[in-house]
Design a protein around this ligand. Structure first.
Ligand code: FEO
Length: 394
């Protein structure tokens, strides 16, 4: 088990979860890491812990450097159990450690673990003197939980950013430049889309706040540590936070007997004819969290479903519920699909698009039974018209 140095006396002591494939609905084909960092100064400080099943791995990594009993401070930047559920095991080995966290963090840890540790609540701008270096605390509420906080190590200029700038990727190489950067950026985009998308305004505010700090390293709580590609990932966060939209249309649909699928393919042709990049995802086989990653920068989203019992198909219901929670910004949307008699899917989709904050600026297209040649022409025009609208907005 190798410990990795981020800087003189700052170590990676986290755990690699090679086999996790589902993070409450977010697929993780490359696995996950739970990052924890140890600072050896006049005072010994641990930044976050790991998920409970990996407590032993964390403690072994720490023990290679110091006796865990010597830890003076544990910084709990975030109480979500992937970062805090090993805390009781660490506290058992470091019973004198003080736990520093926000007020929301304190109430959350108390409720999760029912242990009244030696807490020290910190707020914006508070500083912890470790000896040669200091830790400065930057609460970032709702990025993505109320308790979320970022900690900044002066001297070494390391930003311990917790979930922000994270990626779900298992690797034996801890730094961005030691890995395939395209793979890392892809996973960072997927992470942002699935976890941070609803909090764009807070992301922009936090990045603006962090710009004041000289940063040599960004050490997130998931994935690789940024030391080379910091400008790229910070600029991506600014763009995503502001709701950057490009000339791309994502068509997500499901089809009962093939008519909605024919519509989707013809609409895609119309989108392409307008010079806009189109992507097609059938939700009975597509991975929802991958589709959402692709939607992050898309200017337009088209949702198709056959009508089933006056509503949309279940796979589309799941996607729309997910999108409603993610509230993507700066996008337009429209609905389409085939029906047999009463219809109803398009109205349900439009309602969900609106409640997800997606502007519905084009009337939906509903066709009865199987589309004929004339109706397929309408589908083509539907796609082309929609794509033109996207072009005027990006
Ligand atoms: Fe990685 Fe919000 O926990």
């Amino acid at each position: 088990m190798n410990n990795v140095k981020l800087a003189e006396n700052v170590y990676y002591v986290g755990a690699v979860d090679w086999n996790l494939r589902d993070f409450h609905g977010y697929t993780t084909p490359r696995g996950v890491t739970y990052n924890s960092y140890l600072i050896i100064d006049e005072k010994i400080c641990l930044i976050d812990t790991v998920k409970a099943p990996f407590a032993q791995e964390l403690l072994e990594r720490i023990s290679q450097i110091i006796d865990p009993a010597k830890i003076d401070y544990i910084i709990t930047n975030h109480i979500e159990p992937d970062h805090s559920s090993a805390l009781p095991m660490v506290m058992a080995r470091a019973p004198q450690a003080k736990v520093l966290l926000t007020e929301h963090g304190r109430t959350g840890i108390l409720k999760h673990y029912q242990q009244n540790y030696d807490f020290q609540v910190v707020k914006e701008g508070d500083v912890l003197d470790l000896g040669r270096n200091k830790l400065r605390f930057v609460p970032v509420p709702m990025l993505h939980w109320p308790d979320s906080m970022i900690s900044y190590l002066t001297g070494e200029q390391i930003l311990f950013s917790n979930d922000a700038f994270g990626q779900h990727i298992s690797t034996t190489k801890r730094f961005d430049d030691e890995n395939d950067i395209n793979e890392v950026l892809y996973e960072a985009e997927k992470y942002y889309a699935n976890i941070l998308m609803p909090f764009g305004k807070m992301v922009v505010k936090a990045v603006d706040k962090l710009k004041e700090l000289p940063i040599k390293i960004i050490a997130p709580s998931h994935g690789v540590v940024w030391r080379t590609h910091i400008p790229e990932i910070v600029s991506k966060y600014q763009e995503w936070g502001r709701g950057r939209a490009v000339s791309k249309v994502i068509i997500a649909y499901d089809s009962m007997w093939g008519s909605t699928e024919r519509m989707a393919r013809t609409i895609l042709d119309g989108v392409a004819a307008a010079g806009v990049t189109g992507k097609l995802y059938k939700m009975s086989s597509a991975d929802r969290s991958e589709v959402v990653r692709d939607m992050l920068e898309a200017g337009g989203i088209l949702i198709g479903s056959s009508t089933l019992n006056n509503g949309m198909l279940p796979n589309m219901g799941a996607l729309m519920t997910y999108l409603k929670g993610l509230r993507p910004s700066g996008k337009i949307g429209a609905a389409f699909g085939a029906y047999g008699w009463g219809g109803g899917a398009q109205a349900s989709i439009e309602e969900m698009l609106k409640s997800a904050g997606i502007a519905v600026e084009q009337q939906g297209l509903a066709l009865k039974w199987v589309p004929d040649a004339e109706e397929l022409g309408k589908c083509f025009e539907f796609g082309r018209e929609f794509a033109k609208k996207v072009l005027t907005r990006v």
